[in-house]
Design a protein. Structure first.
Length: 133
């Protein structure tokens, strides 16, 4: 089983073997959702001369009603998908196989990205253990 904690600043992973943590396969990557927010804020500011806040981005990612144009919504969703693909690729490069075994995603970042994680072909069996602290 693999545990992935997507938080604001970091993406932490840990592999469990026979129910026990394998500390030789754990790390913390500076790929939390704040990096996604910063990229989106910068790009939307540059492309559309608009200032988005984190809550605006959350609203768009979660598919809730917003007053933003289709082009802004499309860009945010495209950048979110790319962010998910990038961090899943970074995990794969570190030898973390996400297609076999059980993958447990935890924390608010996982909740925010749930739709993207469930709809990628880069992950096998996903378990939802999302909670907010």
């Amino acid at each position: 089983m693999r545990s992935l904690d997507i938080s604001g600043f970091t993406l932490d992973y840990l592999v469990l073997r026979e129910g026990r943590p394998d500390l030789s396969v754990c790390d913390s990557l500076e790929k939390g959702v704040i990096t996604l927010y910063n990229r989106i804020i910068s790009r939307v500011s540059s492309d559309f001369d608009m200032l988005l806040e984190d809550t605006d981005i959350d609203t768009i990612i979660l598919g809730k009603n917003s007053d933003y144009s289709d082009s802004v919504i499309r860009l945010v969703k495209q950048m979110t998908k790319q962010y998910v693909d990038d961090f899943l690729g970074a995990l794969r490069e570190r030898g973390i196989d996400l297609k076999t075994g059980c993958i447990v995603f935890i924390s608010g970042g996982a909740k925010l990205l749930r739709e993207y994680l469930e709809n990628t072909d880069k992950i096998g069996n996903i378990q939802d253990c999302v909670h907010e602290l």
